[in-house]
Design a protein around this ligand. Structure first.
Ligand code: C2O
Ligand code: CU
Ligand code: CU
Length: 456
């Protein structure tokens, strides 16, 4: 695989003076294009954070915080991020859910070479879709995401939406002990099961925070699951909440209902009608409280439910002429004792093939080749006892049906495939490239549950 000269050579060793920013200074100045080449300068660097009171955790941060700095753009504009690596390891940034050119997708040896310590890389791409997205590395993922390299990327609608208030809630559960020291991010016996869970749940980097919301107003809550492993069974007892978008893509608003299962990598945009001042609500994962939402007095007329958000410009797959491809997601029990050539475990496979994260040539053997602008139905079969949030890079897909539940079709980039579930999804293969197709439980993806899909 060849990379263009610009991508390979953008790195400068010993960088520390690019632009005016240090320590993750944000530029979002709307300056004329001739004086600035980027909207953000984003630095990844080690940072001690206090997750456990009185103890330091040696996190890795984007823009001086973990989870990382919230990046924002507007639909129809370009996002231009100069990314600077001050970590002790090579890394990349992948823009989860964003439909962009392959060279900007952040997959090492497929999109770009890893950004070495001291180097920088300019990511630039147009924002076709509005919604709640996120970013993370695609290298040494258990450790890099586990240490905090995850952050929200919010794309505002082209025209103002009806929401006047909003809040981003980044969910992450940390692999730390009682002194805040990191524990193993991936343990083989857990990777072979449901994935290695963290134990300390946080919202925006704080355990069980109290978040103030304006009483009487309708607030857009963008809830992002940036965790390596956990599926949150999200619920808001006594809260009057409606779902407006799933994984960045608008739906016809409907009540949140009893709970919503938000798998790793998935997002949900809720409208919450904040109750009277002084009232508290619990945002929970099953029975566990993630955050307290406290209504505080707010001047001004109370808000009403905004209209549905405008659909993103995703092509509608034509099911009549679509070709069906089948993908089986399996536990590779017979391989579990083997450690592959590079020392990677392979506990999982897609259609009988396990991805070896240490083998740079895996992407040269795509599991499927799609014709550009062809219409496809994927039948996803989970033959295992564990659920898998199945994610595709580069394109959005429509969820059509499942053998386990009633589906109201919606567009997404990540579908939580339940144990023993068979689901059908469809897409128009409108983005040429080699796109990763993987489970977003990070240690499943690192132990085989990943493949490449090529669009030519
Ligand atoms: Cu969040 Cu390969 O992706
Ligand atoms: Cu992705
Ligand atoms: Cu999985």
């Amino acid at each position: 695989m060849l990379f263009t000269r610009r991508q390979v050579l953008t790195g400068l060793v010993g960088l520390g003076v690019a632009g005016a920013g240090i320590g993750g200074v944000r530029y979002w100045l709307g300056r004329p294009a001739d004086v600035t080449t980027h909207d953000y300068e984003l630095i990844a660097a080690p940072l001690d954070v206090e997750l456990v009171p009185g103890h330091a955790t040696p996190a890795w941060a984007y823009g001086g915080q973990a989870p990382g700095l919230e990046l924002r753009g507007r639909q129809g504009d370009w996002l231009r991020v100069r990314f600077i690596n001050h970590l002790p390891q090579p890394t990349t940034i992948h823009w989860h859910g964003i439909r962009l050119p392959l060279e900007m997708d952040g997959v090492p040896y497929v999109s770009q070479l890893p950004v070495l310590p001291g180097e920088f890389f300019d990511y630039r791409f147009p924002l076709h879709d509005a919604g709640s997205f996120w970013y993370h590395p695609h290298t040494a993922s258990s450790e890099q995401l586990g240490r905090g390299l995850v952050g929200p990327l919010i794309v505002d609608e082209r025209e103002p939406s009806g929401f006047r208030h909003e809040r981003t809630l980044s969910l992450k559960s940390w692999h730390v002990d009682k002194q805040g020291a990191f524990t193993a991010f991936s343990v083989p016996r857990e990777a072979a099961r449901g994935g290695t869970p963290g134990v300390l749940s946080t919202v925006n980097g704080q355990h069980a925070p109290v978040l103030d919301l304006p009483a009487g107003q309708v607030v857009r809550l963008r809830v992002l699951n940036l965790d390596n492993t956990l599926t949150y069974r999200l619920n808001l007892p006594d809260g009057e909440a409606r779902i407006y978008a799933l994984d960045g893509h608008p739906i016809a608003p409907r009540p949140l209902g009893k709970e919503y299962w938000l798998g790793p990598g998935m997002r949900i945009d809720l409208a919450l009608r904040v109750p009277a001042a002084g009232t508290q609500l619990s945002l929970r994962n099953g029975p566990l409280r993630l955050a307290t939402l406290r209504a505080v007095a707010h001047a001004g007329a109370s808000g009403d439910w905004p209209p549905a958000l405008p659909a993103n410009p995703v092509l509608e797959p034509d099911l009549q002429r679509a070709e069906t491809l089948r993908f089986n997601f399996e536990w590779a029990g017979n391989l579990s004792a083997d450690v592959g050539q590079g020392g990677a475990y392979t506990f999982w496979q897609i259609n009988g093939q396990a991805w070896d994260i240490n083998d740079k040539s895996c992407a040269e053997r795509p599991i499927a080749t799609l014709k550009r602008n062809g219409h496809y139905i994927f039948e996803l079969r989970n033959l295992s006892q564990y659920q898998h949030p199945i994610h595709l890079h580069g394109m959005a897909f429509k969820v059509l049906s499942s053998n386990r539940r009633k589906i109201e079709p919606w567009f997404t980039d990540t579908f939580l495939l339940g144990r023993n579930e068979t689901a059908r999804i469809a897409l128009v293969a409108d983005n040429p490239g080699v796109w990763m197709f993987h489970c977003h439980v990070i240690d499943h993806m690192e132990t085989g549950l990943m493949a490449a899909i090529e669009v030519v």
